[in-house]
Design a protein around this ligand. Sequence first.
Ligand SMILES: [Zn+2]
Length: 272
Amino acid sequence: MDDWLIEAREGDRVLDIASATGSFPTAGLACCVIALDEDPDAFADAPDAVGRCWRVIGRSERMPVASASIDLAVCSHALEHFQNLDAALDEIRRVLKPEGRLFVSVPDGYQVCDTLYRWLFQDGGHVNRFRREDLVRRIEARVGLRLAAWQKLYSSFTYLRNIPGLRHWAAPDLQPRLKRFARLPRAAVDGAQAVLYAATRIADRLFATDSAVYGWALWFAPGAGTPKENPPWRNVCLHCGAGHPAEAVGRLSWRRWICPACHRCNPCWLRR
Ligand SMILES: [Zn+2]
């Protein structure tokens, strides 16, 4: 997504759909950014808007956005939450300019990361479960764009780190399963995360599986040719969840590495 954001020129409009606190930093961008979310509280924890950024409350299946007005639509970790996915895709088609583009990131609904998330958080708002080929066909048909590039996204199971903090969260509707796990010591949860991180990557290496995959990033554009698969970034920070190319991280020793985003130490550095 970053390359398309950097390419966006002054006067271009980028629509961040189901943005929550924002899918990307807006500082330094030349374009205008419209962050759209249906939850009035979504922007409460958002950092101060930087640059040309507007925050709009509205539903994805009925966007308060003019037709043919958007240069780039961004759906980052959003489509899995949409109750009426086809209506939202139709709206994306309506608001995009004829030369407009679409970036999507979603979880693989059949891999370890999303399966465990749905079990722990009792679906956690994930109402759609995707396979890549099916989702690409659906988006191409409804939005009228073609897949230009894609990339596997890797998991570090960072959502596990939120669980111990829930013991202090007095929500009466907190799921019983989460209440039980929230009583575990933080060290146990952190250890389980590290074991999952390493075990899924080792299993993938031994058995040529995709168990450490979170999902995919998908770039759609008008009339694109053969889709290009971008190399995956397998080194994903256990602490902040940011993924990095192998050559971009600082190495401490044989397999330990420092996250460029949060500067914390991680295990299991992988060259490819
Ligand atoms: Zn980090």
